[in-house]
Design a protein around this ligand. Structure first.
Ligand SMILES: *[C@@H]1O[C@H](CO)[C@@H](O)[C@H](O)[C@H]1NC(C)=O
Ligand SMILES: CC(=O)N[C@H]1CO[C@H](CO)[C@@H](O)[C@@H]1O
Length: 515
């Protein structure tokens, strides 16, 4: 029955509706009342009044021999310089996902106990420092902040790589940061395009970092590029993954974009904000790379975020010490065994057993990630061919080669048909083995077949020649998925046949990796 056909409501009808809804309201409120009697609401413990908080914190301090709150507890008080500069409104916006930060609190506790902290950065060209000096790079500023705040030794390892994606970092991260890092920043939001495959790779990267020996804390830094076909980028798919793994996100875009949009709406030729925050080149403003001011903003947002978390951690520890469960900053009520909706289990630093991209079930437990990666340019993990007879030896063998004008670009190169090369690879979480090789129209590149273990018949042919002008580009092929975890042998052999019209048979391997 459509709205127009509805019969007029009689008084009787209306009256019964009122009685009915009153009854429902009664049932609901008595239900709710009953619930309130059983379990006290969070509000009971978490009085939102700032005045109450203030008094309470003071009383906690009194109980602890007046131990004053540390300096980093000054969030948006008159001594908070960062809050003065950006305003609490923008700081709040920058925290795209905040979370409880169990890992980061643990790392900051370590810093407070004066143990050295190792910080690793896995980012793109912005974090690498394109457009700024090393001293004004956000990573340098942040490391200084930790050093100064806690008076500890901080080792900063900037493992950023220009023009890289999560698909590379998920297995090759240990080429760029050491295994024993305490804190890892991931800055790939504008390097990854908005492809689901890259969000999956990003998930693999988070799992791989998570399982490093020190169980490092992860902070996702999302910056902003405004030169692509859409404003939304891979980072927007990362956000869902980051939340699933309970890793915080600090977003520059959340802060800057509304400002830029509004300013240009008022005056469309106004570029003052872009000029201020971004890097300038001879060709003009570079809307991919933040400049010195942009780097300072990233560092400031991260400092503000970190001090908030540090303060919350400090308050929790102090509250726990005096066993006052209602103290500010302590967890909300923990339900007893027979009440509440959440079981009292420790999920504070729990790595989800399933991938976000799998169907939920009760039995899947992903195997620990053991990222495996060897690259032709690698210094820590270079490509290592196995000895004869698995690999051809002598002057025809695959060997590292680079053009004299570009010594930074290295390929493991073989040239003659029949030349073989083999590598030991180790699969873990996914049982996935990949190879990356170079494609070019003009380098005289031929084809190779690569296979795993004894399965030559199931091998994959790879063609180094492609019909694309002026682009000499890496291409990654998945050779196998869901293979047994553990060691495998990856074989390649150069073929006689080639797609190159000039008859070239050279084949250049860039990397092999497994997860
Ligand atoms: C708009 O911005 C441009 C560039 O900053 C400036 O030259 C111009 O005077 C502005 N126009 C108005 C109406 O403010
Ligand atoms: C500030 C800083 O540490 N920059 C370094 C980041 O990492 C890249 C790659 O290792 C270096 O080239 C930068 O100097």
């Amino acid at each position: 029955m459509s709205v127009g056909q509805r019969p007029p409501r009689s008084f009787y009808f209306l009256g019964s509706a009122v009685i009915l809804s009153t009854f429902i309201l009664f049932v609901f409120s008595s239900e709710f009342y009953g619930f309130e009697e059983r379990v006290e609401s969070c509000a009971h413990f978490r009085d939102p009044s700032p005045l109450w908080k203030q008094q309470h914190v003071n009383s906690v301090s009194k109980k602890l021999d007046m131990e004053p709150e540390p300096g980093f507890c000054n969030y948006c008080t008159p001594t908070d310089e960062i809050c003065k500069r950006y305003g609490s409104f923008n700081l709040a916006r920058s925290r795209a996902y905040e979370g409880p930060n169990a890992q980061l609190k643990r790392v900051l506790r370590k810093a407070r106990s004066k143990q050295p902290i190792k910080i690793g950065i896995l980012g793109g060209s912005v974090s690498m420092g394109l457009g700024v000096t090393p001293a004004t790079n956000w990573a340098t500023l942040y490391a200084e902040y930790i050093r100064d705040t806690y008076g500890v030794e901080v080792e900063l390892i900037n493992g950023s790589v220009g023009a890289t994606t999560s698909e590379y970092m998920e297995t090759c991260l240990l080429e760029h940061i050491p295994e024993d890092v305490d804190l890892v920043f991931i800055e790939l939001a504008i390097n990854d395009r908005r492809f689901e495959s890259l969000a999956v790779a990003y998930e693999n990267l988070i799992r791989a970092v998570w399982e490093l020996p020190n169980r490092p804390a992860i902070i996702n830094v999302q910056i902003m590029a405004l030169m692509f076909n859409s404003i939304t980028m891979g980072g927007d798919l990362h956000t869902a993954v980051a939340q699933y793994y309970d890793t915080p996100i600090v977003s520059v875009r959340n802060v800057l974009l509304p400002q830029i949009l509004q300013t240009t709406q008022v005056n469309s030729s106004d570029t003052s904000l872009e000029d201020y925050w971004y890097h300038h080149t001879r060709e003009g403003i570079d809307l991919r790379h933040l400049g010195t001011n942009g780097h300072r903003m990233i560092a400031d947002l991260l400092k503000s975020f970190t001090s908030r978390v540090a303060c919350e951690g400090w308050r929790e520890e102090h509250a726990a010490r005096i066993r006052d469960p209602s103290a500010v900053g302590s967890w909300d009520w923990i339900p007893g065994p027979n009440e509440g909706l959440l079981p009292n289990q420790d999920v504070e630093e729990y790595l989800p057993r399933q991938s976000l991209f799998q169907k939920f079930d009760h039995s899947t437990v992903m195997r620990p990630a053991k990222p495996f990666c060897q690259t032709a340019e690698g210094t820590k993990h270079p490509l290592k061919p196995l000895p004869a007879p698995l690999s051809t030896e002598g002057e025809d063998a695959f060997q590292p080669w680079w053009h004299p004008t570009r010594p930074d670009k290295v390929w493991l190169t073989g040239r003659k048909p029949g030349v073989k090369v083999a590598f030991k690879v180790e699969a873990s979480t996914l049982g996935r083995i990949r190879l990356t090789y170079l494609r070019s129209k003009t380098y005289g590149l031929g084809s190779a077949v690569c296979w795993l273990d004894d399965n030559r018949a199931g091998g994959t042919q790879m063609n180094g020649w492609w019909d694309v002008d002026h682009i000499h580009s890496p291409h990654t092929v998945t050779l196998a998925e869901n293979v047994e975890h553990g060691e495998h042998i990856l074989h390649c052999e150069i073929l006689k046949e080639t797609k190159d019209p000039g008859g070239g048979t050279e084949f250049r391997i860039i990397a092999i990796d497994a997860l």
